[in-house]
Design a protein around this ligand. Structure first.
Ligand code: PMP
Length: 401
């Protein structure tokens, strides 16, 4: 298989040495040297705490930390950097919304709309909230090709729904949500729309204002940045009305034993010493992908998906899941072969895929399988990776007859 690879950045990624075919970017992305260097500088010659020090190194670090917040705000089209809360990742961001906004906004008899393809981190925090306040959860089904069925959701939505929480892109199927329509439907019944942007942010340009959502969350480590940091975006008026969910240093205005008052957002939601260097790494990651261009990354991953799906569909025993126009992610199964065996054999060929339920057990149930094999692409993926995947699958089918 020969194909042009307009984005050729493999040399930027030390984790991809020795021609390793890394097809597990949807789990976590490899890091470019620019991010590794930013982290090394952050913990090295630039290291100091933020928001407290009177000495110049700390003041500089505070500026760098806040510059990272501004970079995130610009990257996703936020109206202001004070709308960006740094979190440990998407999981913590969703838990923050569930605990802070959710505890106040939902009560007994209210409803939450999710979909059948959600990651556990966009299910379990809402179940915990629903149990706390006596709310109910509804689940929008999927179309035959694995997209969230918004026609069905439209029929299910009522004015009891206070929240619609959906994946912008599915981590298993790569299905892209029609966000405009989802926002119209959610807002039409007076519900807020939360988007889980984990798999979208690394693959396409995102503008939260144009999308017309109310909350947006993502993790830096899927965007070529460090683990342990991510972001919550929420519209300023929503964030300002939200109470803190964790107490501690940095999130206060004044503390006394009689009464404590809180800082405005985003500090109100960042108790304790933050992941300072993580923010610097995220800044470097955003600079890195922006220099390449999200449109170029999206186009290349889309082309790789098309090649991979075409090549895999030549095998009679391969079943492909998800839509043709999946964003960078191909899930499949081979009749009579456990996905873990596929993964193990591919590993012997230097091809790393993910096998399992991908933290989406309800989706596995909807697909009627226990697990799938998943190949997911990133900015460094190329046609050699697809060729190696296909060669590996050939071997799997030979071994299993
Ligand atoms: N949502 C989606 C769609 C994901 O792919 C993931 C990570 N697999 C998460 C949420 C959770 O992200 P994290 O574990 O970084 O908090």
């Amino acid at each position: 298989m020969t194909a042009p690879t307009p984005v050729d950045v493999r040399a930027d990624f030390p984790g991809l040495a020795n021609n390793w075919h890394y097809l597990d970017t949807a789990a976590t992305a490899q890091k470019p040297q620019a991010v590794i260097d930013a982290i090394a500088r952050g913990y090295g010659e630039d290291y100091a705490t933020v928001h407290r020090g009177v000495y110049s190194r700390s003041a500089d670090m505070t500026l760098a930390y806040e510059a990272a917040r501004k970079r995130v705000a610009d990257f996703i089209g936020a109206a202001s950097d004070s709308e960006i809360v740094f979190t440990r990742g998407a999981t913590e961001a969703i838990n923050l919304v569930a605990n802070s906004w959710g505890n106040g906004a939902l009560g007994a008899g209210d409803r939450i709309m999710l979909s059948a393809l959600e990651h556990h981190s966009n299910i379990v925090p809402w179940q915990m909230l629903a149990e706390r306040v006596g709310a109910q959860i509804d689940v929008a089904p999927l179309t035959d090709d694995g997209k969230i069925d918004l026609d069905a959701m439209a029929v299910m939505l009522t004015d009891q729904h206070k929240l619609v929480a959906l994946a912008h892109v599915s981590n298993v199927l790569g299905s892209l949500l029609d966000v405009k329509r989802a926002a119209e439907l959610a807002h039409g019944v007076g519900a807020k729309l939360l988007l889980d942007g984990c798999q979208a942010v690394p693959r396409m340009a995102v503008d939260v204002q144009a999308l017309d959502c109310d909350f947006y969350v993502f993790s830096a480590h899927k965007l070529y940045g460090p683990t342990g940091i991510g972001a919550l975006w929420a519209r300023a008026d929503i964030l300002e009305a939200m109470p803190p969910w964790e107490g501690g240093g940095s999130m206060i205005d004044k503390v006394s034993f009689e009464r404590t008052t809180y800082a405005p957002p985003p500090q109100r939601f960042e108790a304790g010493t933050p992941h300072i260097v993580g923010a610097l790494g995220l800044h470097a990651a955003i600079d890195y992908v922006s220099a390449i261009g999200l449109d170029a990354i999206h186009a290349q991953e889309a082309a790789l998906v098309t090649w991979a799906r075409e090549a895999l569909s030549q095998f009679n025993s391969v079943r492909l899941f998800g839509p043709e126009d999946s964003a960078g992610i191909v899930s499949f199964a081979i009749e009579g072969v456990h996905p873990h065996d596929i993964g193990t054999i591919l590993d012997e060929e230097g091809v790393a895929i993910r096998a399992g339920h991908h933290c989406a057990q309800p989706l596995m149930a909807a697909l009627g399988v226990d697990a799938t094999a998943r190949a997911s692409f990133g900015v460094y993926s190329n046609s050699d990776d697809v060729a190696a995947l296909v060669q590996g699958i050939e071997r799997v089918t030979r071994i299993f007859g």
